[in-house]
Design a protein around this ligand. Sequence first.
Ligand SMILES: *Cc1c(COP(=O)(O)O)cnc(C)c1O
Length: 372
Amino acid sequence: MSELQVPTPCYLIDRTRLKENLAILDGIRQRVGCKILFSQKAFACYPFYSMMSRYLDGTAATGEYEAQLGHLYFHGENHVCSTVYRPEEMENLCKICDHITFNSPRQLHRFGGQAVAAGCKVGLRVNPELPLQRFSDYDPCAPHSRFGATLAQFPREDRRLISGLHVHALYEQNSDALEQLVDVVIRQYAGLLPSLEWINLGGGHALTRPEYDIDRLEKCVHRLQEYGLTVYLEPGEAIAWKAGLFVTTVLDIVENGLPVAILDASAVCHTPDVTELGYHPPLQQAVAEDKGRYLIRIAGRSCLPEDVFGDYCFDHPLQIGSQLVFEDMAINTITKAVMYTGMPLPCVAVKEPDGSCTVLHSFSFSDYKNRM
Ligand SMILES: *Cc1c(COP(=O)(O)O)cnc(C)c1O
């Protein structure tokens, strides 16, 4: 079927765009000499993992389920860095992961020996205490953060268990922020680094954007390689950036000072970054504000007043049955969607390079019922 024929609402993953991002990352990894892992939480679409494995070194998980997906479907290294582990998870993770990072000295003490005995490389997440992000609510280095050991808390005895450090402190940033991060890590841990094997610089690197400064990344990586370290990056969003569409249909149009189009989708349930973070996604059928004669509010179908995608301008009025296609919708949509208010989940489909589309997953009432 063609893009116009997919059942809506539909998350439509564009294989061509995904491959373009992956090719950029593969190029960086080869040129810079670092390893790049796929951090799964933004886009854990395992039907693509086998293809993705050809471009990347492995996966990074934030918990057991992601680690299990990486183990089953991605051909490469399998790293996990979870805020906390339960004993029964540890047993499984020791079998399926090659790198296990602990978030606290106490967790390292409790489980580090078990992971080493199972043949895993063990890391400790550190907190550089350097706020580097624009959004303090999302900053893992904000005051009272639960993420990573500070320099003062760095363990002495259990130090022998670890072969690597993990630091994740960036979000959608260029390599100037990475440079600051590497400065701090070297300042704090220069004495320790030569005795380690690897360092993981986390995610939040906007590697696939045209303005990303790869030369500066290369310098950062080389500074750490001088200590004999294997350097890992684990971006998530950069991998599926602009690689997906959200295809919807207008079901009704009401008037209340403004025409309000009601879609067969929900912003709250299907694109939570729109309502939670104020993200205003590009809409293919909309035009620039100065060009459009029709200002129309695009709303979701739930009972929630805040369920609004945004106000958009059009050069023609919308009709019932019009298809509306949002762009840059692969990230934090499929993995974040919820069924609050009994909202049906969109199907997941792929658009192939020749334009043909295939549905990979669709959902039904039983998906809703089975969670209650
Ligand atoms: C979320 C996360 C990432 C990936 O971050 P992106 O912003 O998607 O690149 C990497 N590592 C850890 C520990 C994370 O929590």
